[in-house]
Write a protein that binds this ligand. Structure first.
Ligand code: KIV
Ligand code: ZN
Length: 502
């Protein structure tokens, strides 16, 4: 099984993208985490870019001893010297020098011809070799470079002493099959390339960075350049976690492996998000919030029987928190019952049916039904007996700056009664409308509304104590609509008073 080296460029290509700037201390913290993750090479920065970049590469070189520390340099003496200086104290230093090779970059950006480009490659690589033994050369925009000239550039870099040849898909332009055959052609056309390490560096402009990297590995690339969470210029770089896990999960199909401690992937991703305050999108493979969450009833049912039904890797394998069975409007009775069991409740079929009815109503109003919601359902929806005498059939309330109105429809022993009230305050009017419907007036002694669950779509619990025929009765009900909860709490107190005389 051939090893594929992981060259992490989170601190260079990742950090140079908008919003991802890190301080020196943060870069050092991140580099130590990348060491723990087991990456082979850390590209620590672009030392000529700024004094801060230089200092961070220098500090990382001093403190992070196991992996190779690479410093980026354009193919000119000033850049290469600055890079060489920055990694002087590294245990395993590397200079990574690059120049564009495509016609458009040569003509429009660098304004030089091919001969000049080849000369610069020779000089930069030779100068880099005077600082370090480990020199990587990149042909920027390789995938849009004329193939003969690309072969020439690679030959030149090898002859000058480069030991790693990187083929970047700088603008995320290539397709997997095309990239795979480009790598095959290079091996065929460039004598001695098989003695160097061929690397690839893919950008994600068409969402193909990982697919292209895997295709190149199949054709003989033995180093991939990638970033945590796939951060990087524009649409980002190939995501480290996706490449590593694809090789691991599909080891039946690929004979390549990496030395990444996959259990540290999630922690590393979280550290990067914490430092940059930018989180990967929820559906991001491997490290997104939903990567191991299941909501659909059919999926939850399968997962409860055997996790492999819907999971191709365990969250533990990447150090992520355990699988979340998210309860929402697509969940079924199985998922609900399982969560109640985890919370320590064994529900009878009847109670589960009642809880499920309340749960589906709640799930229509809330994105995600939380454990706190389930406990409220138990107290107010499933365990509490439904009122025997008074039931709320309909409630319509309008309120705002003008006078408010409340209209209720109630059944009392199957007889429908209606009441209306106009005035101020939606809850007070609802109580008045109920009074009119039932022909009684309750005196409220105590009234409270408690948010039983977090968030703006919290379930509110209404508790009241009402004086009815000189006795006090407590009433309680819960809903995401507190006016509705208040009406039902009021009827709950009324039901209790009827129960006491029956
Ligand atoms: O995308 C690119 O071409 C680069 C090079 C410097 C390797 O980042
Ligand atoms: Zn790049």
């Amino acid at each position: 099984m051939a090893k594929v080296k992981i060259f992490d460029t989170t601190l260079r290509d990742g950090e140079q993208s908008p919003g991802f700037t890190m301080s020196i201390a943060e870069k050092l913290q991140m580099a130590m985490q990348l060491d723990d993750l087991g990456v082979d090479i850390i590209e620590a920065g672009f030392p000529v870019a700024s004094d801060d970049d230089f200092s961070s590469v220098r500090q990382i070189s001093k403190k992070v001893r196991r992996p190779t520390i690479a410093a980026l340099a354009r193919a000119n003496p000033k850049d290469v010297e600055r890079a060489g200086e920055s990694i002087q104290s590294a245990n395993k230093p590397r200079i990574h020098t690059f120049i564009a090779t495509s016609n458009i970059h040569l003509e429009k950006k660098l304004e030089i011809g091919r001969e000049e480009c080849l000369d610069r490659i020779t000089q930069a690589v030779q100068l880099a070799r005077t600082f370090v033994d480990d020199v990587e050369f990149s042909a920027e925009d390789a995938t849009r470079t004329d193939i003969e000239f690309l072969c020439e550039a690679v030959r030149t870099a090898l002859n000058a002493g480069a030991n790693t040849i990187n083929i970047p898909d700088t603008v995320g332009y290539t397709l997997p099959e095309e990239f795979s055959s480009l790598i095959t052609t290079l091996f065929k056309e460039v004598h001695g390339l098989d003695e160097a390490v061929v690397s690839v560096h893919c950008h994600d402009d068409m969402g193909l960075a990982v697919a292209n990297s895997l295709a190149a590995i199949d054709s003989g690339a033995r180093q991939v350049e990638c970033t945590i969470n796939g951060i990087g210029e524009r649409a980002g770089n190939a995501s480290l976690e996706e490449i590593v896990m694809a090789l691991k999960v599909r080891k039946d199909l690929t004979e390549h492996h990496t030395d990444i401690n996959t259990e540290s992937i999630y922690k590393t991703s979280q550290l990067l998000s914490h430092i940059t305050k930018i989180h990967p999108q929820p559906n991001k493979a491997i490290v997104g919030k939903n990567a191991f969450a299941h909501e659909a009833g059919i999926h939850q049912h399968g997962m409860l029987k055997d996790k492999m039904t819907y999971e191709i890797m365990t969250p533990e394998l990447v150090g992520a928190p355990e699988t979340r069975l998210v309860l929402g409007k697509h969940s079924g009775r199985h998922g609900l019952n399982n969560r109640y069991q985890e919370l320590g409740y064994e529900l009878t079929q009847e109670k589960l049916d009642r809880a499920y009815k309340f749960f589906t109503m709640l799930a229509d109003q809330k994105k995600e039904v939380l454990d706190e919601d389930l406990l409220v359902i138990l107290r107010h929806g499933a365990i509490q007996e439904p009122g025997k005498f008074y039931k709320l059939l309909d409630l319509n309330v309008t309120c705002g700056n003008e006078l408010s109105t409340a209209e209720v429809k109630i059944s009392y022993n199957s007889i429908v009664k209606e009441g209306k009230a106009k005035g101020h305050g939606p809850i007070s009017l609802t109580f008045s409308a109920i009074d009119k419907a039932v022909g009684k007036e309750l005196i409220i002694k105590e009234f409270e509304i408690v948010a039983a669950t977090p968030g703006r779509d919290a379930v509110g619990v209404v508790n009241i104590k009402a004086l009815i025929n000189e006795n006090t009765f407590a009433g309680t009900a819960a809903s995401t609509d507190i006016v509705n909860a208040a009406a039902r709490a009021y009827l709950d107190a009324l039901n209790k008073s009827e129960q006491s005389v029956s």
